[in-house]
Design a protein around this ligand. Structure first.
Ligand SMILES: [Zn+2]
Length: 192
C-alpha cells in the first residue's frame, strides 16, 4: 500500500507543477493585465464611491505597471499623474504607487496621463486612455448628473443608472488595448 502511494504521489505533484507552469507562462505571454474583481472592491473602499475616473485610473495604473515590468524596469516604480482627480486613487491601487510611500506625484494639468518610471534603470512607460474610454467616462459623468436631478426610483433615473452601470462594467472588463494606450518612452532597441 505504502509503496503504491509513494509511486502515485510524484505524478500528482508533477501534474500540479506542470499546470502551475502552464498557467504562469500563459499569464506572462499575455499582454492583458485585466484586473481581478477584488481590486475594484479594494478601490471602492479606498476611494469612497464608484466612479469612472477611479476605475480607469486603476486600469491605467495596472497596465502601466505590467508594461514596465515586461520592459525590464527595475527598482521602485514611481508614478506621475497629470490631473488631480478621482483617477489618482485608481492609479495608487492599480500601480501600487502610493502618495504615502513617496511613489506618486500629481501635476494638475487636466491631462489623463500617467508616466511610470522604474527608479533602478530609469525605464519609463506612459499610459493614457483610449478615445473610447475617455468618451465613455465623460458620458457616465453626464448621465450621473441627469440621474441625480430625477426622483429616486423613477423609470428615467433607473434607466440612466443602468447605462452608467454598463459603462463601469465595460471600463472594468474590456481588454487593455480597448481602454489604455501604453507607450514605452525610453527603452533600448529590441526590448518591449
Ligand atoms: Zn471618484
Amino acid at each position: 500500500m505504502k509503496t503504491g502511494y509513494c509511486r502515485i504521489l510524484p505524478c500528482v505533484v508533477f501534474a500540479g507543477v506542470m499546470s502551475l507552469t502552464i498557467s504562469c507562462s500563459n499569464a506572462l505571454a499575455s499582454n492583458d493585465s485585466k484586473p481581478m474583481p477584488a481590486l475594484f472592491s479594494q478601490l471602492e473602499a479606498f476611494h469612497g464611491h464608484v466612479c469612472a475616473g477611479s476605475i480607469f485610473g486603476a486600469r491605467i495604473g495596472l497596465a502601466a505597471k505590467e508594461a514596465l515590468k515586461r520592459a525590464g524596469g527595475t527598482g521602485k516604480f514611481v508614478a506621475q499623474y497629470y490631473d488631480l482627480s478621482c483617477p489618482v486613487d485608481g492609479v495608487q491601487v492599480g500601480a501600487g504607487t502610493t502618495y504615502g510611500n513617496a511613489a506618486l506625484a500629481v501635476e494638475d494639468r487636466d491631462e489623463h496621463r500617467l508616466v511610470l518610471t522604474a527608479e533602478g534603470n530609469k525605464r519609463k512607460v506612459e499610459a493614457r486612455l483610449t478615445k473610447k474610454a475617455e468618451e465613455l467616462g465623460l458620458k457616465s459623468r453626464d448621465l450621473g448628473k441627469k440621474a441625480k436631478a430625477l426622483p429616486a426610483g423613477s423609470p428615467e433615473r433607473v434607466q440612466f443608472e443602468r447605462e452608467i452601470e454598463e459603462i463601469f462594467s465595460w471600463l472594468k472588463t474590456a481588454p487593455d488595448e480597448e481602454v489604455v494606450v501604453v507607450t514605452l518612452l525610453n527603452n533600448p532597441k529590441g526590448t518591449r
